[in-house]
Write a protein that binds this ligand. Structure first.
Ligand code: 13P
Ligand code: SF4
Length: 303
């Protein structure tokens, strides 16, 4: 048995012993996605974290995702195998900023992308993900003005699907915001036969060039069901792994090989094994913040 296979066997044995479940985001390294019990986009992983009866959740993703699992499961141990895995966009807004927005826009609901801290969620009306943002916006049937935080691109995407006035924070994902229209045009010229799929975290001018705009799991479903055989992928390159693995007769091209999220790439098999052995690092949320953040997360999950 190779050292890697040995490591995987050790993880799986310990996972069983601990009554644990391993969740992985679609951007995780391929070997981690293949190891996981469940993979998905942010919305799917939140739902799976809510439904599990495991005692331990090993969250292979970034901090805000493990924190959302901890908000939903205060009685469970939630592990983030590599504690350095953060999200620069989540760090672009603080709870103090949200309080200032609330003072400036009294009575205006605040829709908060799950890519945010528990403290920020606690000051918000409702959460959203890239998979449900339009439904969440539409759910405010009585309000004509809403405020979206922290992603300016997700907010501008949502604004295209509603007549409401959407104010927004100027945060962004460096991985998606770094993709420019000219980079897309170049990639399209190199692969003219491809359908171009883009994530809503991309700039508006990039979305203008897209055939399909959807979340990571939306992309996985689209390429699986599509009759087309070539796809240009406008999101973090980790998603190419399940696309190629599950659709061996179709071709997938990264729109740019610069679309790499270093935080999503931090999780290793060694980290997963160590965290199951030591039951650290645990992600915990102070109870007063957790109960308020939970309201925003549960409101989203009910929509
Ligand atoms: P989704 O998987 O929900 O589309 O999220 C993308 C993302 O940037 C997560 O960090
Ligand atoms: Fe954050 Fe972007 Fe990385 Fe997702 S891909 S974790 S939004 S920096």
């Amino acid at each position: 048995m190779t050292p890697k296979n040995l490591l995987i066997q050790e993880i799986l044995a310990l996972e069983k012993e601990r009554n644990a479940i391993i969740l992985a985001h679609n951007y995780q390294p391929g070997i981690i996605q293949d190891l996981a019990d469940l993979t998905g986009d942010s919305l799917e992983l939140s739902r799976k974290a809510q439904e599990t009866d495991a005692d331990v959740i090993v969250f292979c993703g970034v901090h805000f995702m493990a924190e959302t699992a901890a908000i939903l499961n205060p009685e469970k141990i939630v592990l983030l195998p590599n504690p350095a895995a953060g999200c620069p966009m989540a760090d672009m807004i603080t709870a103090q900023d949200v309080l200032r927005i609330r003072r400036e826009f009294p009575g205006v609901p605040i829709i908060t992308y799950v890519n945010s801290s528990a403290e920020v969620k606690a000051e918000s009306t409702v959460c959203c993900t890239s998979a449900n943002v339009n439904r969440v916006v539409a759910s405010f049937s009585e309000q004509n003005t809403l405020y979206l935080i922290p992603d300016q691109n997700l907010a501008q995407y949502a604004a295209r699907h509603t007549d409401k006035t959407l104010h927004y924070w100027k945060g962004y994902c460096p991985v998606h915001h770094g993709l420019t229209a000219s980079m897309v045009e170049k990639a399209k010229a190199a692969h003219p036969e491809s359908i171009f799929l883009a994530h809503p975290e991309c700039r508006p001018e990039v979305l203008d060039l897209a055939d399909i705009v959807t979340s990571t799991s939306g992309m996985l479903r689209y390429v699986r069901d599509s009759a087309h055989s070539a796809f240009l992928i406008g999101t973090e390159i980790g998603i190419l792994h399940p696309m190629r693995r599950d659709n061996p007769h179709k071709a997938f091209y990264a729109v740019s090989d610069r679309m790499v999220c270093p935080d999503m790439k931090r999780t290793s098999l060694e980290d997963v094994l160590r965290s199951l052995q030591t039951l650290t690092p645990q992600v915990r949320v102070a109870e007063d913040i957790r109960v308020r953040a939970l309201q925003a997360v549960e409101r989203m999950l009910s929509i």
